[in-house]
Design a binder for this molecule. Structure first.
Ligand SMILES: Nc1nc2c(ncn2[C@@H]2O[C@H](COP(=O)(O)OP(=O)(O)O)[C@@H](O)[C@H]2O)c(=O)[nH]1
Ligand SMILES: [Mg+2]
Length: 386
């Protein structure tokens, strides 16, 4: 059964807050929680209770399993809230970490993410230890001093072990990359910001709709599927993608989740075309820049502009101008309605490497992509056989 989460944002009322909060809810859902409610409170966060002690006391009476704060909580805030709620208290950083953990493929990224978690949780455990030492009643997390101390020592030791292992793994990295390229079938990955519609597009392309009960992300466990494009076989993968407002402690872990994007033959970069122009520009710029930094050149990227069902006709021209500043062309789609999906498949058919495509003017049965009276037939190229 999924835990029921109560979400809270305490902070300034910024311009694009509603997008950030939508993203927050999506992330919590991806991490496997059901969202009971999202509370917002504008102003400065309380140093002791995040929400302020009065509001926190009201929240304590509500029905939920986990309390999740938008901002990174200090050890003191976690301590106070857990004691008051007698339930688990976490923050957005830990939510993102758990999403990363689920998807970490390589040894390196697993180690890196574990390291981030340990480093993030260490101060909290230290705070518990400090309080246990002065004989304070520890309430919900109430382990004794001895146990907390042992746990603390274990964490410190584990951190140095991981650091050493990471060094070793990094030294052998080159061989790792060489190995991955031997896999026969071309890989196509979908990336982009949270809520751009990556999972909806993934489901649309692989011809399945697992978005039951209006809840997205039901397909998290099966994020890789074979896709047959008129005889051309590719593996399509739905990735975590980019996350807004990424806490600095997670930057390294985030980069290791990019590995499946880095290794792909073709990348579908999905943007939500229905967002305000500034949001689109900011996200597109950051994605292209980040991908460039990790060695993904634009030639491997296909820009997919999603949610065109929500784009007003009058906005089409500036959108086109905006996108063509980064890419010579792009594919407009609506993953929700299916608009443009066949065109996107055709683009993939011609663009994904690993096959030669031959033209045939005769009838060629079910194989190949037919355009007018010409059929294009994919043939695995030599490097792709076996
Ligand atoms: N209007 C509209 N909504 C869409 C479209 N594609 C996805 N969505 C919605 O956008 C939200 C985020 O979609 P999702 O696929 O989970 O995004 P992801 O975080 O990138 O995987 C969901 O509520 C989808 O129903 C689209 O083409 N049009
Ligand atoms: Mg998704």
């Amino acid at each position: 059964m999924r835990s029921r989460a109560l979400l809270a944002y305490v902070g300034p009322k910024t311009l694009n807050l509603s997008y950030r909060l939508d993203e927050f809810v999506s992330l919590v859902e991806v991490a496997g929680f059901d969202v009971v409610d999202l509370m917002t409170q504008f102003g400065r966060a309380d140093t002791r209770f995040y929400l302020g002690s009065g509001r926190a006391r009201e929240v304590a009476k509500r029905d939920f399993d986990v309390f999740i704060a938008y901002h990174s909580l200090s050890p003191l805030q976690v301590f106070n809230l857990e004691r008051l709620f007698r339930r688990r208290v976490i923050d957005r950083v830990l939510v993102i970490l758990s999403i990363f953990e689920k998807r970490a493929g390589s040894t390196e990224s697993k180690l890196q993410i574990e390291l981030a978690r340990l480093r993030y949780e260490l101060p909290k455990v230290k705070e518990y230890l400090r309080r246990a030492k002065v004989g304070e009643q520890l309430g919900f997390m109430g382990a004794g001093e001895y146990i907390i101390d042992a746990y603390y020592r274990h964490m410190v030791k584990r951190i140095s072990t991981i650091r050493r292992k990471l060094e070793e793994v990094r030294r052998s990295r080159v061989t790792h990359i060489a190995k991955r390229k031997e896999v026969g079938v071309p890989e196509v990955v979908i990336t982009g910001y949270t809520s751009a519609g990556k999972t909806t597009l993934f489901n649309r392309l692989v011809g399945e709709n697992k978005l039951v009960d209006g809840k997205p992300f039901a397909t998290l466990e099966t994020y890789s599927r074979a896709l047959n494009l008129w005889g051309k076989r590719v593996v399509l993968t739905d990735t975590i993608g980019f996350i807004d407002d990424l806490p600095p402690v997670l930057i390294e872990s985030f980069h290791s989740t990019l590995q499946e994007v880095i290794d792909a033959d073709t990348i579908l970069l999905v943007v939500d075309g229905s967002e305000p122009q500034e949001e689109i520009t900011r996200k597109l710029e950051t994605s292209v820049e980040t991908l460039g930094e990790v060695g993904v050149d634009r030639g491997r990227i296909i820009l997919v502009v999603n949610k065109v069902d929500k784009v007003r006709l009058g906005d089409v021209r500036y959108l086109r101008d905006l996108f063509t500043r980064y890419f010579a062309w792009f594919v407009p789609v609506s993953a929700a309605t299916g608009f443009g999906i066949e065109a996107l498949k055709a683009v993939l058919f011609f663009k994904v490497p690993g096959y030669s495509i031959i033209r045939s003017t005769g009838e060629d049965g079910a194989r190949g992509l037919r355009v007018g009276n010409v059929t294009f037939i994919p043939m695995p190229s030599r490097s792709n056989r076996g």
